[in-house]
Design a protein around this ligand. Structure first.
Ligand code: IPM
Ligand code: MG
Length: 358
């Protein structure tokens, strides 16, 4: 079995961090006989610059044919004045929609070695291990109508539509309950049911799906409270299930519990576990090209790919153990650097992980 992996570096620090993940993959191939076929293609602003489109046809074809996709990051202020259809983010959103990647898994776990790099007190976060399951192909991100219209008084008005159909809620809820079964068996569903119709339906459907999982405890929480609870007492959460927009916000917030957004991987899965894997950190144009970026979120995303899409659990474990090893060695990129540890650049961190694979 040869795994076909599409490599989409994208923008900003995307190319730098994905280069380190590719080193890891190439090492698995040369030293461990893992059969991998890697093929790169442009996406986002880089694709716009080269082909005048954030998701050129050959790139879309490649991701459709691949067994899994690794993506660095997209976006940057250089492209912000383009029409929305041509912006880098549109490339990413189109892949999510075209591949039907409706379930976005964003684990936030604290590596004990990084307890001092996080913003919260070590006792609030030690042992933290939560999984955000974010719906990824619906909600206000994709709802129509949307646009900017002219009112009678001549003023312009922007509008978007928050939409969820029952089947969309049901299928992502199942992913959350299934994941909880393999963990601490708790799902907290996050919504804004005190105000929004969409959330009222969301809550009803999640409650109905929960009946199929009597061994999993379901609770509900309003999103404003969830934002507070995440920084007040994050360890109360096991699996957090939520919609696209709320999940976007809460997952960035959760990343700060773990020391750095540069540590958090993600998986976006379809109904058959085909997936796209990307760090949640985005393109970080301010540090791009300066060898400062932390490649560990990207490398951990590759580990998730072996776990979820290829069911190669031993390889996933091997990569994750290598990351733990380099942290134990005291190696830190600048985002997680604290007194008494050794500062390394992006490539040095990647090289150390490759070495630790043995
Ligand atoms: C993310 C990002 C994307 C999103 C952007 C780049 C479109 O913030 O993956 O969380 O909003 O989903
Ligand atoms: Mg985001």
């Amino acid at each position: 079995m040869t795994y076909k992996i599409a490599i989409l570096p994208g923008d900003g620090i995307g190319p730098e961090v994905i280069a380190e993940a590719v080193k890891v993959l190439e090492r698995l191939r040369s030293a461990f006989g893992v059969r991998l076929e890697l093929q790169s293609a442009p996406v986002g602003g880089a694709a716009y610059d080269a082909h005048k489109h954030p998701l050129p046809e050959p790139t879309l074809r490649l991701v459709k044919q691949a067994d899994a996709v690794l993506l660095g990051a997209v976006g940057g202020s250089r492209w912000d004045s383009l029409p929305r259809e041509l912006r880098p983010e549109k490339g990413l959103l189109t892949i999510r929609a075209e591949l039907k990647l409706f379930a976005n898994l964003r684990p936030a776990m604290l590596f004990p070695q990084l307890a001092n790099a996080a913003a919260l007190k070590p006792e609030a976060i030690s042992g933290l291990d939560l999984l955000i399951v974010r719906e990824l192909t619906g909600d206000i991100y994709f709802g129509k109508p949307r646009g900017i219209r002219r009112l009678e008084n001549g003023e312009r008005q922007g509008y978007d539509t928050m939409l969820y159909a029952e089947h969309e809620i049901e299928r992502v809820a199942r992913v959350a309950f299934e994941a909880a079964r393999k963990r601490r068996k708790q799902v907290c569903s996050v919504d804004k049911a005190n105000v929004l119709e969409t959330s009222g339906l969301w809550r009803e459907v999640v409650t109905r799906v929960a009946e199929e999982y009597p061994d999993v405890a379901l609770s509900h929480m309003y999103v404003d409270n969830a934002a507070m609870q995440l920084v007040r007492a994050p360890k109360q959460f096991d699996v957090m299930l939520t919609g696209n927009m709320f999940g976007d916000i809460l997952s960035d917030e959760a990343s700060m519990l773990t020391g750095s957004i540069g540590m958090l991987p993600s998986a976006s899965l379809d109904a058959h576990d085909k997936g796209m894997y990307e760090p949640i950190h985005g393109s970080a144009p301010d540090i791009a090209g300066r060898r400062l970026a932390n490649p560990l979120a990207m490398i951990l995303s590759a580990a998730m790919m072996f776990r979820y899409s290829f069911n190669e659990l031993a390889l996933a474990d091997r990569i994750e153990r290598a990351v733990v090893t380099v942290l134990d060695q005291g190696l830190r990129t600048s985002d997680i650097h604290t007194a008494g540890t050794k500062k390394v650049n992006t490539a040095e961190m990647g090289d150390a992980v490759v070495k630790a694979l043995e």
